[in-house]
Ligand binder design. Sequence first.
Ligand SMILES: [Zn+2]
Ligand SMILES: [Zn+2]
Length: 346
Amino acid sequence: MIATKGYAAQSPTTDLAPWNFERREVGPNDVQFDIAYCGVCHSDLHQIKNEWFPGIFPMVPGHEIVGTVTKVGSAVKKFKVGQLAAVGCMGDSCRTCENCKQGLEQYCSNGNVGTYNSKGKDGVPTYGGYSNTIVVREDFVLHISDKLSLPAVAPLLCAGITTYSPLKHWKVGKGHKLAVLGLGGLGHMGVKFGVALGAEVTVLSTSPSKEADAKKLGAHKFVVTSDKEQIKNVKGSFDFILDTVSAPHDFNFYLSLLKTNGTHILVGVPPENIGIHPFGVIGGRKSVAGSSIGGIPETQEMLDFCAEKNIVSDIELIDIKDITKAYERMVKGDVRYRFVIDMKTL
Ligand SMILES: [Zn+2]
Ligand SMILES: [Zn+2]
């Protein structure tokens, strides 16, 4: 077994603290890499606090993981020692269901293996990227370009693919008006990808103070949703809304901003059922849809696209001992736009 250092929550009521554990030996199809940086996703906090489902404790969170390969199994073909490597939200899947066969492992009918807070096929709990090293099946390890800033690549593995995948699926691009709702870790990537794909991007926000930031990220327009005049001007105008908001919000209001045939795409996870009035979708033949991360082939495509277009996340690099403070700031939305842990500080 491989002795590993990490930060874990021992229970849903304790803060993260140093914890030593073991990872499996590198099997024939495995890649081991030393973790240089790990992004801090809001779902890390949801999971260590048991807000979505009862978790597996001790829990080592982290699923935006980048580093350098230190060991490869005898059958590994795609990776060599010394290369950069990355892992996102999944470490394995059944590989045999209809979804897996199409490269949609995120929708694996038998449930994919999460990078943490999950159990591998061996029945052993998985531990995430707030640690110094990781062992993952080759098929779930991704290549990253050395042209991009490595810490700023980490959030692409979750925030990046979560916003890239729906934009690609609905073929958002030139000639489309895309509204991005919420300007956090997900939203800021949605703006960058929307712009890179050729759409006209408007950020919808409750706070006027975010306008300068939105424009800096490349947004063409900015609309304050509480301003009745501004809203009147965008009623029925968007082809797509990319909704990254995880707090309760009024879907009927946002549906009214869509054009006929428009689609409201949910990637945030509000805590309760979303109430939609039937006329909200019947009038104008509108759709409400959702999307979850992306499959492995699409995640690699996204990383290659980022290398070509020079796209990374805007980050604040932190020391791992400051993780609890970072969570407190993240909850308040006080981060531009993603915390990334420098694993040298472990
Ligand atoms: Zn995430
Ligand atoms: Zn499957």
